[in-house]
Design a protein around this ligand. Structure first.
Ligand SMILES: [Zn+2]
Ligand SMILES: [Zn+2]
Length: 198
């Protein structure tokens, strides 16, 4: 895709920034105020640029905000599509990770787990980005019991079996045979002989 394919290049980043910026003072003025956020934002606009993420993919953000006397509770889910390959069988994988959100934001931080509200704005962008980075796996498995590839012939042991024998540990007799066929080591020169020549 070229940049020209987008109807308004660069606009998605601004939309993301605005959509995840919530007026905190409005919510805090009346405890019990609620706000719903239901958004799709491109991975690129969220700053998710490593190989797990594709720029055309969208992160689905569903959050419920509710103000208390001393803060704002943000709860909901974030679904982020990710790409990778199984670390055992190398199969390409395309899945989505779900992050559960349950965070408290406070103007005056009294709860050790709370995020600070800076200014009048509640900026959820970095929280969403951090959860995506945390929950999209870096070394995924296609399934927990993936059998991987045969180390000898490379066949995918999930789909087929082979008759390769697992590379055996060399027995003590093999090791001794090796020693017998190799050339005998020349006897070590006595370091004392050389020091005498000086
Ligand atoms: Zn696998
Ligand atoms: Zn094999």
């Amino acid at each position: 895709m070229t940049a020209g394919d987008r109807s308004a290049p660069g606009s998605s980043g601004r939309v993301a920034a605005r959509a995840l910026l919530v007026n905190a003072s409005e919510l805090l003025r009346r405890p019990g105020s609620e706000r719903e956020i239901d958004l799709h934002i491109g991975t690129e606009a969220l700053g998710l640029t490593d190989t797990r993420f594709r720029p055309d993919d969208e992160v689905q953000i569903r959050l419920h905000l509710e103000s208390l006397n001393d803060g704002i509770v943000v709860a909901g889910t974030i679904d982020v599509p990710w790409h990778g390959s199984c670390r055992r069988c190398l199969k390409p994988l395309e899945k989505a990770a779900r992050s559960e959100v349950d965070e408290l934001y406070q103007t005056v931080v009294t709860n050790p787990d709370a995020f600070e509200i800076v200014g009048d704005q509640l900026d959820l962008t970095s929280m969403v980005r951090e959860l995506c980075l945390l929950d999209a796996p870096e070394a995924p498995l296609c399934r927990p019991d993936c059998q991987g590839l045969c180390p000898v012939c490379g066949i995918d042991l999930n789909d087929a079996t082979c008759t390769c024998e697992a590379p055996a540990q060399p027995s003590v007799w093999d090791v001794l045979d090796q020693l017998k066929v190799s050339d005998p080591q020349p006897p070590m020169a006595d370091p004392a002989d050389r020091s005498d020549t000086n």
